[in-house]
Design a binder for this molecule. Sequence first.
Ligand code: AVI
Length: 328
Amino acid sequence: MSVPPVAQRADSTNQLSPELQLIAEITAGLNAQQKIISSKFFYDSVGSDLFDQICDLPEYYPYLTEMNMLPHIASDLSQSIVQPVELVEFGAGSLTKIRILLESIKMIKSVVPIDIAHSHLQRAADKLSADYPHVNVAPIFADFTQPVSLQNKGKNQDELVKLGFFPGSTIGNFNRDFALTFLQRLRKTLGDSGMLLIGVDTKKSLHTLHQAYNDSAGVTAKFNLNILRHVNHIAASNFDLDAFEHYAFYNPHFGRIEMHLVSKIEQSVHINGQSIPFAQGETIHTENSYKYRPDEFIHLARMAGWRLEQQWMASNDMFSVFLLHANR
Ligand code: AVI
């Protein structure tokens, strides 16, 4: 199929539709010296399923470790949270982790899960509402990486202290500048009495990190390659998934796992009216996953207007969870 390039498809005001903006963003990334495709393109329905499978892998310790920590954290919070709160989860997915908090923290009166996957979130929110009829559930269908307004969401929302929830070390997928901007934004959204419960992956042995992103069943490799299938779908490009391979490594200089797709051969890929050349061995950078020592993360949180209230570490410091309070 031949698709006219994005530049020829702007409307009379020269505004690109959201779909065309995505194609323009992908094309620009592939024209950069280090080719990139944003990790947000991992999460079509196939990619979301593959991510769920990653979370079940024994090598992928972040999910399992945090899940094991949460009942204990929830029990601690049930003692310290004495005022009615509204729980706001950013990038809520299936609401599995929220359920663990609801089991213990009876002061959660309202839940506002935010996610872009509309039907998936609606289904999960309906189920949550049925299982916890005394809790008000008010989903917001939005990209949580963009500013989100909580106005008019939740019941009696003005009276409820906001408890933000950002588990899974998703903060690690943001570069340092954006991580700071995002934490500052949450500080503003959650207000002067706001709190934030956030899961952050730690620096650890290279071997453990390597195994987590190079699992023996090859699920992470499939997850990485699926981004090309998704891009083909969005942009009518012709990436051949067999002509690329998964490559993930820990970069100690930046303190991050980098995921790339390596071109196995010299080839050209057609996208948006352009032919993008690949040398053999050239890579597309698809994801960063930053790891933080607790002191590094606490410093970042402070710069964003938060203060540390409580900290939990998994055994062997495998994963950390922080409760932050707004610094007034
Ligand atoms: C969603 N995010 C926190 C995962 C991570 O570990 O950075 C995404 C992922 N990429 C490969 N495996 C898991």
